[in-house]
Design a protein around this ligand. Sequence first.
Ligand code: HEC
Length: 116
Amino acid sequence: MRAVAAFTAIMALASFAFGQVTPDSNNPLQGSAEAAAAGKVLFGKMNCAGCHGYDLTGGMGPDLTDESWLYGGRPGEIFHTISEGTPRGMPSWKGQLTPDQIWQLVTFILSKRANQ
Ligand code: HEC
C-alpha cells in the first residue's frame, strides 16, 4: 500500500515537473559542472550530436552555439523545444528523457556559449 502511494506521488511529481516549466523558468541546474557533464553524455547517447554535431555547431540540425535561436535561447524555452520537439525535424524527447535529464542537456548547451 505504501509503495503504491509512493509510486503515485512520484508519477504526479514527474508530470508536475514537465507541466511546470514555462519559457520564464530558471534552470534549476544552471552553472553545475556535474549537470553539464551529464548533459554532454546524453547529447552523445541520445544522438543529438548526430544532427547538431559533437561540437554543437550544427549539421542537419541548427548550430546551438550561435546567437540566433529559432525557438528562443532562454533556459525554459530550450527545455520546451527539447521536450516537445518542433514541426521541422526536431524530435520530441519527453517520452525518453526525464525533466532532470532535459535540464542537464540545457545546462550543457548553455555552457557551450561563449558569453555565459
Ligand atoms: C533527427 C535530427 C535531430 C536530432 C536527433 C535532434 N535534433 Fe535538435 N533539432 C533538429 C532540427 C532539424 C532542428 C530545427 C527544427 C526547426 O527548424 O523546427 C532542431 C532544433 C533544436 C533546438 C532549437 C534550436 C533553436 O535555434 O531554437 C534545440 C535546443 C535542439 N534541437 C536540441 C536537441 C537536443 C538536446 C537533442 C537530443 C536530445 C536533439 N536536438 C536531437 C534536429 C535534430
